[in-house]
Design a protein around this ligand. Structure first.
Ligand code: AMP
Length: 507
């Protein structure tokens, strides 16, 4: 029997944690002795190498190294093609990473790891959450839950240090940005509101530095930097310079390209200037969330920083100016999320070995409630205009788990089929919503149009949607189903990938 663990499956780095005998969350180091593992995979002769080794090889083997795959979760059009072997989906690559994390943790804990809680950005949608769960399954794990990263971070803070009041979590990671408002009271952690941008993170700050390096190099030498190998090198240099600028006023950048060796110097001031618009986007989302919760910055008791990119001094400065208080930097941004996931793993269990129950200071038991980050609805015909519109059934920021129902009407006499087309988004106009998938149901024909059909949406504790449809004319349930998610793998593909992965050597 094995203990459940919490996994922070980050865009750039991952971490694993469990609960120790004292009931406190603790990071489980990887087999290199590190608390974090780069989310990078190198495919090499039928083997997959994950982590630091893969990261070090990315300049030498750009075609066989894949990273930032979290940004592709829920994108069915994306595949990675290693030079040899079959292509990989985002779920498949994530599964390879999870397999290495679980196998490292097994070695350290001295027991197989099976039950896991995996964290996702709060702003991940239904397809991205489902893809994350599928990745766990492909890796041969039992995913007890997927939970929101800011919730996990606040939980670990609460458990380690005790936390009461209204808290704003600003989470700027490698690839995503989330802002979350929550209320904590004696072990009760309730999310009030959340928003974010799934394509805004440290990666974009690196891109800005890469652009600057290219422009600077061209200005000095008249030469253009091109080619995959050089791009990968530049990305490393850019990230290193960015890290350096978190503690120094300037960073040297050495570039060897087109037969020239140049030492460029990036100042913090210049770095902040070229990334100003990225930071401003995060500020706008913070303001939206606070206003959306009908609060002002004066109502916020604490601002927590999560995610590696919050080490950039401009983040603290912007938040201090915007909120009127210095953010709390006492939690370890690389570890907080995994530790929070470990707490939820211990609370929800997975049928394996029991772990000590985590409690907050004062001995209070822990309760966690989260919200759905996007509205969920169906496409219907607008009676007034005859045009298709989005009818929201579960609005964004509804507390989960939740169940909401709405009644719709058949549109033609003797209608025999009903297509439930599920959407994600809060706007009525279909231009601004995402189509999650649909399901075709058989109807007992009713002679007249306008026969009432009830659609019941349930959003589970992981933020994943389940649907029930009832024919109200004869009170007959038409079934309970999961949508045929256009963006996700089907059962057969998941099974096939799990079998394929079990034969792959992962280091
Ligand atoms: P996370 O996904 O939370 O692990 O965050 C990873 C991101 O944090 C990457 O984009 C890193 O480049 C960035 N990061 C880590 N350390 C620093 C630092 N000292 N200064 C600036 N960014 C950092």
């Amino acid at each position: 029997m094995s203990r459940p663990v919490g996994i922070d499956l980050g865009t750039t780095y991952c971490a694993v944690a469990t609960i120790n005998i004292a009931g406190q969350p603790e990071i489980v180091r990887n087999s290199d002795g590190q608390s974090i593992t780069p989310s990078v995979v190198l495919f090499d002769n039928g083997e997959a190498i994950v982590g630091q080794q893969a990261k070090l090889q990315r300049a030498a083997f750009p075609d066989d190294v894949v990273e930032f795959v979290k940004r592709q979760m829920g994108n069915d059009a994306w595949h990675f093609y290693p030079t040899a072997g079959d292509p990989y989906t985002p779920e498949g690559i994530s599964a390879v990473i999870l397999k290495r994390l679980a196998s490292d943790a097994s070695q350290v804990l001295g027991e197989p790891v099976r039950d896991v809680v995996i964290t996702v950005p709060a702003y991940f949608d239904d397809a991205q959450r489902k893809a994350t769960k599928d990745a766990g399954e492909i890796a041969g794990l039992n995913v007890i839950s997927v939970i929101n990263e800011p919730t996990a971070a606040a939980l670990s803070f609460g458990v380690e240090r005790g936390l009461n009041g209204t808290i704003l979590v600003y989470d700027l990671g490698g690839g995503t940005f989330d802002v979350t408002l929550l209320k904590a009271r004696n072990g009760d952690f309730g999310i009030v509101r959340t928003d974010g941008d799934r394509n805004l993170g440290g990666f974009d700050f690196d891109n800005a530095v890469i652009q600057w390096i290219k422009a600077e190099f061209a200005a000095r030498t008249g030469e253009i930097i091109e080619g995959d190998v050089l791009e990968a090198q530049l990305r490393d240099r850019a990230e290193q310079a960015k890290h350096r600028l978190s503690t120094s006023d300037q960073a040297p950048v050495f570039v060897s390209a087109a037969g020239r060796n140049e030492k460029l110097v990036l100042t913090r001031e210049k770095f902040e200037e070229i990334t100003e618009s990225l930071l401003a986007r995060t500020q706008m989302l913070v303001e939206d969330v606070v206003e959306g919760a009908e609060l002002t910055f004066r109502d916020i008791d604490k601002v927590l920083l999560v995610g590696g990119s919050t080490r950039m001094p401009m983040v603290t400065r912007m938040l201090t100016e915007a909120t009127g208080q210095a953010p709390d930097q006492s939690i370890h941004p690389d570890e907080a999320v995994a530790k929070g996931a470990a707490i939820v793993a211990a609370l929800r269990g997975g049928g394996g070995a029991p772990t000590p129950t985590p409690v907050v200071p004062g001995g209070h038991p822990i309760e966690v409630s989260d919200v759905v980050s996007h509205g969920l609805g169906v496409i219907v015909l607008d009676g007034a205009t005859g045009l298709e519109i989005n009818a929201v059934i579960i609005p964004a920021n509804s507390k989960i788990p939740c169940q909401r129902a709405d009644v719709f009407f058949t549109v033609v006499p003797n209608q025999t089929e009903l297509k439930v087309r599920v959407t994600e988004g809060d706007e009525t106009d279909l231009k601004y919503v995402k189509k999650l998938g649909d399901s075709l149901l058989k109807l007992q024909p009713h002679p007249k149009e306008g026969s009432p059909i009830q659609v019941i949406f349930s959003c589970d504790i992981d933020g994943i949607l389940h649907i029930e449809v009832v024919d109200l004319a004869d009170d007959k349930p038409l079934g309970e189903f999961e949508i045929d998610r256009a963006k996700n793998l089907d059962r057969k593909e998941i099974d096939r990938m799990r079998d394929a992965l079990s034969g792959l050597e992962v280091q």
